[in-house]
Design a protein around this ligand. Structure first.
Ligand code: AMP
Length: 466
């Protein structure tokens, strides 16, 4: 099928051709003809599949037909993150480059209000927004949504994960009843379907992927590690591989991202962190450096990396495991963009095997285990059989309070005061922040050794949860 067969006008077609797109991707083939007929749609399509053009091209087509009306705001696109909003805005401008009247505005958190207020004072055809800041602007009476005829909920699963459900409902309540709604989501579960039922009119379901078939162009590997120190060594080895063009490395915390970035930078890598504590200017600068290949490695948290679309990213590396199995799918989707091949490497300790199993169940296949010669793990997983049961000598360990009890009484700590001082503190005081990541690694591994020698199951999962 070609773009010409999809019912799109010549102006838009020429702009698409100029971007180098030769034929529509499967999600575009399935979605565009139905979207042009103004049907409500629930589309499950993974990130990187070309879904932005799948909703943007029909929107531009409708706007081209309606432009004489000169009404503001006609289309609202809601997205979970600033980065994604920026990308959608850019895509709208590129695909609409032959539509000189087209006005696209972005309303996202973390950006100065002034420019957004100015943009809102003019006519807008397409408004791309994150829910929180849009509500702010609505409350100050600057946004009129009464003329919206098309609503897009992009990455709806992530918006729900991020707790935007109430905001979405507040926004949708301000829109006209009569409108077209298109919902895109990498995963479609009951909560998404409930949302769809509440706000859509008999939506057609378009399902191009399920978790089990997706990402065939991405080679997935699992590498077992002993501890943080071993994990760092393996990471450095992987990042030095010749076939690595650019990589995104995922950590579970912002602090972990900064620590790892500092450590790799000290070791000569062109690296930067990207997380929610950075302001928008820093984030945009980092992403632009990555795009221009001034950076080779990005250390990112899940939310910050959402929607990043950089074709040079050959490797996605899970330094920390994702909190939820579906995040694994989002993470590895940062590589293998636009049909290229990619590698997704996951580092895990044997104690995290249950999390790996959850991921494997979710994606419907086992991830191949790779062992790096010279960096093989020493620890192996021991089943919790009667013989192997951790010896705790009648003590019970409360992993939340980090206390031991014996006959229901709090037992003496395992550490004398001196060694306790050397353990990583779980408080977020300033002293802690000043510690270098390297010191931290040494201290953590010392403390875990002490615990193991006393016969307890190891309870720490490394410094980066702090
Ligand atoms: P998306 O899923 O919308 O984030 O798109 C992922 C990437 O695919 C972006 O870099 C798009 O520019 C690219 N893309 C979208 N549609 C096509 C197409 N028909 N042919 C080739 N690349 C495309």
């Amino acid at each position: 099928m070609s773009f010409e067969n999809l019912g799109i006008n010549a102006n838009i077609l020429n702009a698409i051709k100029a971007t180098g797109f030769e034929s529509p991707t499967p999600v575009q083939q399935a979605t565009i003809p139905k979207a042009i007929l103004k049907q409500d749609l629930v589309v499950s399509a993974q990130t990187g599949s070309g879904k932005t053009a799948a909703f943007m091209l029909p929107i531009l087509q409708h706007l081209s037909e309606k432009k004489a009306q000169n009404t503001s705001i006609q289309v609202l696109v809601l997205t979970p993150t600033r980065e994604l909003a920026m990308q959608i805005t850019k895509a709208a401008s590129v695909y609409g480059s032959n539509l000189p009247w087209l006005r696209v505005a972005t309303i996202v958190g973390g950006m100065p209000y002034k420019a957004q207020i100015k943009a809102l004072s003019k006519r807008i055809d397409i408004l791309v927004a994150t829910p929180g800041r849009l509500i702010d602007q609505m409350q100050s009476g600057r946004v009129n949504l009464k003329n919206v005829h098309t609503l897009v909920l992009d990455e709806a699963d992530r918006m729900l994960d991020m707790g935007f459900i109430d905001d979405i409902q507040t926004i949708v309540a301000e829109l006209p009843q009569e409108k077209q709604t298109m919902l895109f989501s990498a995963t479609i579960d009951n909560s998404i379907m409930n949302l769809a039922k509440q706000m859509m009119n008999n939506p057609e379901r378009i399902s191009l992927n399920n978790n089990k078939q997706s990402h065939n162009n991405i080679e997935q590997k699992l590498i077992y590690v002993d501890d943080y120190k071993h994990k760092i060594k393996i990471l450095q080895h992987l990042l030095s591989k010749e076939n690595l063009d650019q990589a995104i490395v995922f950590t579970s915390t912002k602090r972990g991202a900064d620590d790892l970035s500092n450590h790799l930078s000290d070791n000569g890598f062109a690296v930067a962190a990207l997380h929610g504590d950075m302001n928008q200017r820093q984030r945009t600068k980092t992403l632009s450096q990555l795009q221009k290949k001034q950076l080779q490695i990005l250390i990112a948290t899940d939310v910050a990396a959402r929607g990043i679309d950089i074709q040079g990213i050959s490797h996605a590396i899970n330094f920390d495991l994702p909190m939820q199995a579906e995040d694994y799918v989002h993470r590895i989707g940062r590589t293998g963009r636009a049909g290229r091949n990619g590698e997704a490497l996951t580092l895990a300790t044997h104690a995290e095997k249950h999390k790996i199993r959850k991921i494997e169940n979710y994606i419907g296949k086992n991830i191949n285990i790779e062992v790096i010669v010279g960096l093989e793990p020493v620890n192996t997983f021991k089943k919790n059989t009667k013989e192997n049961k951790p010896r705790n000598y009648g003590y019970k360990f409360d992993s939340n309070k980090k206390t031991r009890t014996y006959n229901n009484k709090i037992a003496k700590p395992l550490f004398n005061d001196k060694s306790r001082e050397e353990r990583p503190s779980y408080s977020k005081n300033n002293d802690n922040k000043k510690r270098s990541s390297i010191n931290f690694i040494k201290k953590t591994s010392t403390s875990s050794k002490v615990i193991r020698n006393k016969g307890f199951a190891p309870y720490r999962e490394h410094s980066n949860n702090i």
